[in-house]
Ligand binder design. Structure first.
Ligand code: ATP
Ligand code: MG
Length: 220
């Protein structure tokens, strides 16, 4: 049975689009499908006018799609430097690395450490840096702040806003929905494999029913 049934969404360059919805709504399935990791039975995925629906997963990176999965997003036994090198895909390593390290300066002191020894937040920064090294047009983020402290959540959200401001399109799946909306331009709420409701972040926040159902009540 298909997990996603009738879904339509778009993300523009420079835009953060947040996908919210209850557990099992199909959020991760959506992101994995866009990355070419799952079989698509029907429908179409296009990137800047190019049909990428049937493109093999490994070709998505060169096509301009970056993906940060919730777990297993770095090579734990390799150093930070090695993790970055592996992501360069033929680019000038020192130029590309320097550029992302300017965006994530906290990684500079950790270059010789194994990725497995980093904190959760640092590992997430490294996962972002690995994706950004090839300057994707579209960045897919599946719950990038899960299991991080509130302080780190704010820091990750600041980076996401910065990345978008440089022109990258960002599709953000988030459990920290209320905080995610503060950096999101538009929001899609999924339920049962379809987009139940969509609107601007301000519209979502102003709708008391939505807040109750999808954002976990008023108190959070
Ligand atoms: N490989 C699979 N085979 C069969 N069913 C699957 C598979 N992957 C996901 N599903 C089912 O598809 C539905 C959507 O899963 P998905 O992981 O996309 O949900 P989600 O919205 O990301 O949920 P969560 O908030 O818990 O991460 C679930 O009912 C899940 O059991
Ligand atoms: Mg999920």
């Amino acid at each position: 049975m298909p997990v996603i049934k009738a879904l339509s969404l778009k993300v523009m360059a420079g835009e953060v689009v947040c996908v919210i919805g209850p557990n099992g709504a199909g959020k991760s399935t959506l992101v994995k499908s866009v990355m070419g990791l799952l079989k698509i039975f029907n429908g179409k995925i296009a990137l800047a006018g190019r049909d990428i629906t049937r493109l093999a997963a490994e070709k998505h990176i060169d096509a301009g799609v970056g993906y940060v999965p919730q777990v297993s997003n770095v090579f734990g036994s390799l150093t930070v430097r090695e993790n970055l090198f592996l992501s360069c895909r033929g680019r000038n390593v020192s130029d590309a690395t320097e550029k992302v390290l300017a965006m994530f300066p906290e990684l500079k002191e950790k270059l010789a450490l194994t990725a497995g020894s980093l904190s959760g937040g640092e590992r997430q920064m490294l996962a972002f840096a690995r994706c950004l090294i090839v300057e994707p047009r579209l960045l897919l983020l599946d719950e990038p702040t899960a299991a991080l402290s509130p302080l780190l959540v704010g820091s990750i959200f600041d980076r996401i806003a910065e990345i978008a401001a440089r022109g990258t399109a960002i599709l953000l799946v988030e459990q920290n929905a209320l905080r995610a909306l503060t950096i999101s331009h538009r929001v899609y709420a999924l339920a049962g494999g379809t987009n139940a409701i969509e609107g601007t972040a301000a519209e979502m926040l102003a709708n008391p029913d939505l807040k109750q159902i999808y954002l976990g009540g008023r108190g959070r």
